[in-house]
Design a protein around this ligand. Structure first.
Ligand code: NCD
Ligand code: ZN
Length: 346
C-alpha cells in the first residue's frame, strides 16, 4: 500500500460564509486543514476589526470539537477603509491581511475598489506594518474578454502596485493563467500566488461539457488547457512562490442552476485527495507537502504546523459523495473528471 505523511496542510483562501451555511461547511475544511485565511466577502462585508472579531468567534463556535483549526481573518478593502483602523486591527492581532476586490469582479464584490488611486495611503500603511495584501486579480471592464481579465489586471494594475510598493507582501489569489505563473515566478520577492484544486484539475471545456455546466463556473473563470498545464507545472515544482488556496466557495445548487448562476466552487471535501492524485500523476508526490503545507507558511512568515496527516492510496477509485445537504437544499461538492485513488487516513 502506498502512503505518504505530510505536515498538516493549510488553506490560504476560504469562503466560510456565515450562519447556517457556515456551520455546515466549517467541518469540511477543519477536518484536515490546520489553518486558513477566511475571505471577508460576506453580505455585508467584513470591513473592520470589530466585525472580524465577531465573525471569528462565530467560525470558532462551528468547528467540531475534535478538529484543531485556526482561522486567520481578513478585512475587505473599500475606498473608505481607514488606514489607522487597519493598522490597529493588524497590530492587535485581530486581522491578518486585507483583501482587494476590484468592484464587480466576483461574488459579493460590489463594495470593492473602483479606483485604485483611492487606496494608495492604505497600501502605504500596509507596506509599512507588514500586512499582506490579497488580490483578486481581474479587471472588471466589460469590454475586456472574460478569459483575459487576469492577464490585463497584471499589466494594468499589479505592475503599478509592485512598482509603487516594493516592500508590500502580496498574494495574487487563485491564479489561472500561464501569464500569471510567469509573472509571479519572475518578479518581486514578496509576490506569491495561490492556486485552487479546480484550476489544477479542469480546463474551460469543463464548463461546456454535455451542455452548460454551472457547477464548474467560478471566477476567475477556468482557462485553456495550456494555462492549466502551466498551473500544474508551477504547483508540482515545489517553487515556494506557489501554494494552496482552495477558494472553496459554497453556493446552493438552486443558485448555481439558475438563469443567472453564481460563481464559486465548493471543493473543501476532497481537496487533498484530488491534489494527491494530481501530484502523483505528475510523479511529484514528494512536492505535495511544499504546496499544501510549507510554501504558504514561508510566504506569510509563519511556522509550519506541528501535526501531520497521512494520505493513503487504495486499489479502487474512491466513491465521491456529490452533495452536502443543507436544510432542504444542497451544495454540490467539487469532483474532477478523473478517478481519485487517494484517501486521508483518519
Ligand atoms: C467566490 C465566492 O463565491 O465568494 N467565487 C468564486 O467564483 N471564486 C469569490 C471569489 O473568490 O472570487
Ligand atoms: Zn475566493
Amino acid at each position: 500500500m502506498k502512503q505518504i505523511e505530510i505536515i498538516k496542510p493549510d488553506d490560504w483562501h476560504i469562503h466560510f460564509r456565515d450562519n447556517d451555511i457556515m456551520r455546515q461547511v466549517v467541518p469540511e475544511t477543519t477536518r484536515y486543514f490546520g489553518r486558513g485565511i477566511v475571505m471577508p466577502n460576506l453580505v455585508p462585508p467584513i470591513l473592520n476589526g470589530t466585525q472580524a472579531i465577531e465573525y471569528k468567534k462565530r467560525i470558532i463556535k462551528s468547528i467540531p470539537r475534535n478538529n484543531n483549526f485556526e482561522p486567520f481573518m481578513t478585512i475587505y478593502l473599500t475606498e473608505k477603509t481607514r488606514k489607522d483602523e487597519l493598522k490597529e486591527a493588524h497590530d492587535n492581532g485581530t486581522v491578518f491581511a486585507a483583501k482587494l476586490y476590484p468592484a464587480g469582479a466576483t461574488t459579493n464584490s460590489e463594495s470593492g475598489v473602483k479606483d485604485i488611486s483611492k487606496i494608495i495611503p492604505v497600501l502605504e500603511k500596509m507596506s509599512e506594518i507588514g500586512m499582506p495584501l490579497l488580490i483578486h486579480g481581474e479587471v472588471t471592464d466589460k469590454n475586456i474578454d472574460i478569459f483575459d481579465r487576469e492577464k490585463v489586471f497584471i499589466e494594468k494594475y499589479l505592475e503599478f502596485i509592485l512598482k509603487e510598493f516594493p516592500d508590500l507582501k502580496i498574494t495574487l489569489e487563485h491564479i489561472t493563467t500561464k501569464d500569471a505563473v510567469e509573472y509571479v515566478d519572475g518578479n518581486n520577492r514578496k509576490l506569491a500566488a495561490s492556486i485552487t484544486p479546480h484550476h489544477l484539475a479542469l480546463n474551460r471545456n469543463a464548463i461546456f461539457s454535455n451542455g452548460i455546466n454551472p457547477h464548474n463556473y467560478c471566477l476567475p473563470i477556468l482557462k485553456r488547457e495550456k494555462h492549466r498545464e502551466a498551473l500544474v507545472k508551477a504547483a508540482v515544482s515545489g517553487n515556494p512562490k506557489f501554494f494552496l488556496g482552495t477558494d472553496t466557495a459554497p453556493h446552493l445548487v438552486k443558485d448555481k442552476e439558475n438563469a443567472c448562476g453564481c460563481a464559486g466552487i465548493f471543493n473543501a471535501t476532497y481537496c487533498l485527495q484530488i491534489l494527491a492524485q494530481i501530484f502523483e500523476n505528475e510523479n511529484s508526490l514528494s512536492n505535495l507537502e511544499k504546496f499544501t503545507s510549507k510554501n504558504g507558511s514561508i510566504h506569510y512568515s509563519l511556522k509550519f504546523n506541528e501535526d501531520k496527516i497521512t494520505l493513503v492510496k487504495s486499489e479502487e477509485a474512491q466513491e465521491i459523495v456529490k452533495f452536502l445537504n443543507f436544510q432542504n437544499e444542497k451544495i454540490r461538492i467539487f469532483s474532477p473528471n478523473f478517478d481519485i485513488f487517494w484517501k486521508v487516513k483518519v
